[in-house]
Write a protein that binds this ligand. Sequence first.
Ligand code: 5GP
Ligand code: MG
Length: 177
Amino acid sequence: MATLTLLFSKEEIDTRLDALAKEINAEYAGKELVLVCVLKGAIVFFSELLRRLDFDVEVGFVRVASYGLHGMESSNQVQLLQDIEYGEGELAGKHVLFVEDIVDTGQSMQHLFAHFAKKKPESIKLVGLVDKYGRRQVEIHTDFVGFRMEDAFVVGYGMDYMERYRNLPAVYTLSLD
Ligand code: 5GP
Ligand code: MG
């Protein structure tokens, strides 16, 4: 049986996002930013954050496979399934901010940081809705953090378990028994 327990309410998330957007607006004022959504789990967080930004911003979308498609466990093999339109050396003068739902082992972000470094942006940073700091396997720093959590499997607000629960308006922990 699947049990969902509310972890972060819509109101709590909205309040955190207002604060995060304030930090990001201050950091990137006057700079050229490409806001990169890490598909699919970050879609809701990305769009909620995007509409709180008060400067011109480009958007981009990447997709990686890390978690085996149908599980709750991460695999160490990360594969890039979708890239942005800018190739190697083509991000000169621009800053990149990855928008990720959850930073877990850090493997996906490590792969993306290395791949994007070749595009030669001015900077690469990361905003995560949830930073699961207790699960990190590689050194990845989440520059802007929505919520810190040691460990738990969460769904809702864009995040899935086997493609379900993305439409839930808040973040829930999921336990299967
Ligand atoms: P990492 O490469 O950091 O181990 O894994 C990152 C990806 O695994 C996240 O972007 C997210 O898509 C997925 N993931 C990690 N933890 C969770 C979780 O608790 N719930 C869901 N739905 N996805 C997770
Ligand atoms: Mg993700």
